[in-house]
Design a protein. Structure first.
Length: 110
């Protein structure tokens, strides 16, 4: 049976420092073999730029690898996975970037 991967894309956060603190100290520790039954690999990526030099559309990406789609589905329906999903929803995104009250994204060249 073919392996499966769940990809989570995180929009640019309103407060990068608060996001990083919550993501690394609270959220990432929830992703392990004990809480995510069947996971074989976890990759956390910070998006720093794009090929054309424009601001990236996402701030972070997480990849959760499983041996099969069935294993991924079983894990996703577990209480520990649902807790991780709800924790992720606490990270507010930038929203409408045209608002002057929003923090400006750094450009890749900065």
């Amino acid at each position: 049976m073919a392996s499966a991967k769940l990809v989570v894309l995180y929009p640019y956060p309103q407060d990068v420092d608060a996001f990083e603190r919550a993501y690394t100290e609270e959220h990432v520790p929830m992703v392990n073999e004990n809480t995510m039954k069947g996971i074989t690999k976890f990759v956390a990526t910070k998006v720093v730029g794009t090929a054309d030099g424009s601001a990236p559309p996402f701030y972070r990406m997480a990849e959760l690898h499983f041996p099969s789609l069935e294993t991924l589905k079983e894990c996703a329906s577990s209480a520990s996975a649902q807790e991780a999903v709800h924790t992720r929803s606490r990270f507010p995104a930038e929203g409408n970037r045209s608002s002057s009250s929003q923090r400006r994204r750094p450009q890749p060249s900065e």
